[in-house]
Design a protein around this ligand. Structure first.
Ligand code: AOF
Ligand code: ZN
Length: 355
């Protein structure tokens, strides 16, 4: 079970709002298959471990840090995969706090003649899924704040040139993250400046639903984010925005959502609550700097996904990744911690969270 928990931790930053889960298949005292849930929407830990074990699963024991799921979600139920594999005993760390699955796996597996043991390394297994359990009650999605900057923290030159700061492998990793997310959010300034499509192109996977923060509805009807969208784009505006503009955007397939106005645009909390009510579990904030700043200011960032290129702009007028705060003292910084750091091609990927 300790090995399951160690494996599970590798999913931190990639699976939320799902839990981190690890599994091993043990045959005659030796591990013949290992797996962990490595990406939201991807296969569950047990399925990966069973696949690696192959025929060695027959008559083996499966250890898993979380009770196996028993109904179809983004993937088919693990209980079925376990029954099909010939596993004879399942050893579980924590029960699943998700009401869809809670406690259901045990009678299901037992009725198929599989032995079940629960509560092994229970405390460590519970701690592993603490955030998942809290998130089940949350009224907003997991928010991932993403940017790609030079070593001196700039995301574009003063003229707005930003292509490309990071290299292809890092840009592929961004598309992997897009595919994990249910929605992708930008400010209207990004739409006007870059006309991004915000789709998944460099990897297999469904494109997230585009979301634009656009207080006064300046999004052009022919913006790629509207015309290339696979799901109706959501445009959040102030509730005093021009009705005529809203009608025009809606005629092009967008959904316009009026929100209470705020000094800096629309209320971030209202937007997130609305996204959650529309079934968005994970949203990627792709900028620009003011939009990122407003999510940090609203203390609404769960995960940071920053790419840093080995390049120095060295021009104070270049565009900073995050703006909008007025800070005189280092004591007033937003403090973060890294959860996962790796190099992707020549660039560094930093996954972290605010403290
Ligand atoms: C498992 N093994 O590795 C994980 C489980 O949307 P889905 O299909 O990915 O299902 C997510 C739910 O399944 C999640 O809310 C939690 O209850 C459970 N997670 N279960 O058997 C796993 N990650
Ligand atoms: Zn499962």
């Amino acid at each position: 079970m300790g090995e399951c928990i160690r494996l599970a931790r590798q999913g931190v930053g990639f699976v939320e709002p799902n839990p981190c889960v690890g599994a091993v298949v043990v045959q005659e005292g030796g591990i013949v298959g290992r797996g962990f849930h490595s990406s939201l929407g991807g296969p569950h830990a047990e399925v990966v471990a069973l696949l690696e074990a192959g025929e060695a699963s027959f008559g083996a024991d499966l250890y898993v840090s979380l009770e196996p799921c028993s109904t179809t979600g983004r993937t088919p139920p693990c209980t079925q995969a376990i029954m099909d594999s010939g596993i004879k005993k399942v050893v579980i760390g924590a029960l699943d706090p998700n009401p869809k699955h809670a406690g259901r796996a045990i009678p299901l597996l037992e009725s198929a003649g599989i032995g079940v043991v629960t509560g092994v390394l229970a405390e460590d297994s519970q701690r592993l899924i603490e955030n998942f359990a809290l998130g089940l009650q949350s009224t907003r999605p997991i928010v991932v704040a993403k940017w790609a900057s030079t070593l001196d923290g700039k995301i574009a030159t003063r003229t707005g040139d930003s292509r490309w700061i990071t290299n292809k492998p890092a840009r592929i990793a961004v598309h992997e993250e897009r595919a994990r997310c249910d929605a992708i959010l930008v400010g209207v300034s990004t739409v006007l400046a870059d006309n991004p499509a915000l789709t998944v192109r460099h990897v297999e996977g469904a494109s997230p639903r585009p979301v634009i923060l656009d207080s006064t509805l300046r999004t052009p009807e022919d913006a790629l984010v509207v015309t290339a969208a696979q799901q109706a784009p959501l445009i959040y505006c102030r509730n005093d925005a021009e009705a005529e503009r809203a009608k025009r955007l809606e005629a092009h397939g967008a959904v316009v959502v009026p929100c209470p106005p705020q000094e800096t645009g629309v209320d971030v909390h209202a937007v997130l609550t609305d996204l959650k009510s529309r079934g968005i579990g994970r949203v990627l904030i792709e900028g620009g700097p003011r939009v990122l700043g407003s999510f940090f200011a609203a203390k609404s960032v769960d995960l940071i996904l920053a790419f840093v290129a080995p390049k120095i702009l060295g021009d104070g007028s270049g565009m900073a990744a995050i703006v909008g705060r007025d800070v005189e003292l280092i004591a007033d910084t937003i403090d973060c911690e890294w959860l996962h750091v790796d190099q992707i091609g020549p660039d560094i990927r930093l996954i972290g969270r605010c403290l």
